[in-house]
Write a protein that binds this ligand. Structure first.
Ligand code: ADP
Length: 377
């Protein structure tokens, strides 16, 4: 059954805003996206009023979900602080899924970690971020293969593709089905390779994902973290959007991270970017579990000979200099690329090969640092 925008508007007109006017007359709705029964939009309000709007967001979501033919409704409450307005209480925007500009979140120097206040995700022992200072360094490829390496260690592992600007997990895993909803109306992550996987790319077309406005990034990701039935997981690996801008900083602050893994290539520029990544996590008191050097050296597919054409080892030195663990070197190898592009990552497709061993070794170093959190859960 085809759902129309008019049906969504009709449903929303029956939801009252905090001041009583119908939601459709409150001048707070973004454009409404309706594709294949999936409805997305945001309610944009002043941060000072965010708390009052949370129940409206929930009612709007329920009203849209009740429309016959709607399979998914994802409604974000974005709360933008007006210049000069006082800062809303942190609880208001946390509960409201709303976000303020990252600058408003920044803790004063030496303040207690905002992470300590983040609500854990029920059933998930440890959430970790895989981040990079810039795009194209192999962050997503590494996140997926690391998740598989952790799986091989006997852990229950999930993967959340939080790169909503350019989700690549659907391509890397070959998943093109849509998540179903359970009885609690939570999205059921897709099971593939023994991982529980969720990506905004399962829900929207790639170009739709690109148009999310800054503040919506966080609310979309919060919903993917909290409105997904993750079940019981030892580790949830979050593939972060590339870069170290405000969106990434806000994300690092708002997700209950137990640690971060930074991916870099040996080229100097990328190492500089990696340093920015380190600084970003330090700022929000998220422990850096270590640096991975990707495309570290070239391994000849025919003879297996190794050539250090990029002057590899920069990331190891950098890690030593900065006092963070060095997690390992992944070669630049054709089969890592081709297996990724075919949606059959190398750890799954060549489990006995040398690359899988590298990812498992990195996974072991990550697991060892999270042992406490996993055991506590
Ligand atoms: P990012 O997430 O940093 O943008 P991707 O994981 O999408 O990067 O990787 C970018 C490209 O590099 C992809 O085509 C991927 O297959 C390839 N790639 C990543 N790591 C390696 C590697 N170690 N060897 C060969 N190709 C790689």
């Amino acid at each position: 059954m085809r759902v129309t925008q008019q049906q969504v508007l009709d449903a929303l007109s029956r939801v009252a805003s905090p001041r009583g006017a119908p939601l459709t007359n409150a001048n707070v709705l973004s454009a409404i996206s309706v594709t294949d029964g999936k409805v997305f939009f945001s309610i944009n309000v002043d941060a000072a009023e965010a708390r009052a709007w949370e129940s409206v967001r929930a009612q709007a979501e329920a009203a849209v979900r009740a429309i016959p033919g709607v399979s998914t409704a994802m409604i974000a409450l974005t709360a933008e602080r007006k210049p000069g307005a006082p800062q809303a209480a942190p609880a208001a925007h946390r509960h409201a899924h709303g976000v303020q500009p990252a600058s408003a979140h920044r803790p004063p120097q030496g303040a207690a970690s905002p992470m300590s206040k983040q609500a854990e995700i029920p059933g998930v022992a440890a959430v970790i971020a895989v981040a990079s200072g810039k795009g194209g360094v192999g962050k997503s490829t590494t996140a997926l293969n690391l998740a598989l390496g952790l799986r091989d260690l006997g852990l229950r592992v999930g993967l959340l593709d939080a790169d909503i600007y350019g989700p690549s997990v659907p391509r890397l895993t070959g998943i093109n089905e849509k998540p179903q909803l359970n009885d609690d109306r939570k999205m059921i992550p897709i099971k593939r390779f023994g991982l529980s996987i969720m990506s905004i790319g399962f829900l929207v077309e790639e170009d739709t994902a690109m148009i999310w406005r800054g503040p919506m990034v966080m609310s979309a990701i919060t919903q993917m973290l909290r409105d997904v039935a993750w079940g019981t997981l030892d580790i949830l690996v979050v593939d972060m959007p590339p870069g170290t801008g405000d969106a990434q900083l806000t994300l690092a602050q708002n997700v209950p991270l137990k640690g971060a893994v930074i991916i870099s290539t040996p080229q100097d520029l990328s190492l500089i970017d990696a340093r920015r990544g380190l600084a970003m996590f330090k700022k929000v008191n998220v422990p850096v579990l270590g640096i991975v050097e990707n495309m570290s050296y070239f391994q000849c597919p025919e003879c297996g000979t190794r050539s250090d054409i990029f002057g590899h080892g920069g990331a190891r030195h950098e890690a030593e200099r900065l006092g963070v663990p060095f997690l390992g070197e992944i070669p630049l190898h054709m089969s890592i690329r081709t297996t990724s592009d075919e949606g059959n990552p190398v750890v799954a497709s060549e489990p006995d090969g040398p690359h899988a061993a590298v990812y498992r070794a990195i996974g072991t170093k990550v697991r060892d640092q999270l042992q406490g959190a996993i055991a506590a859960a």
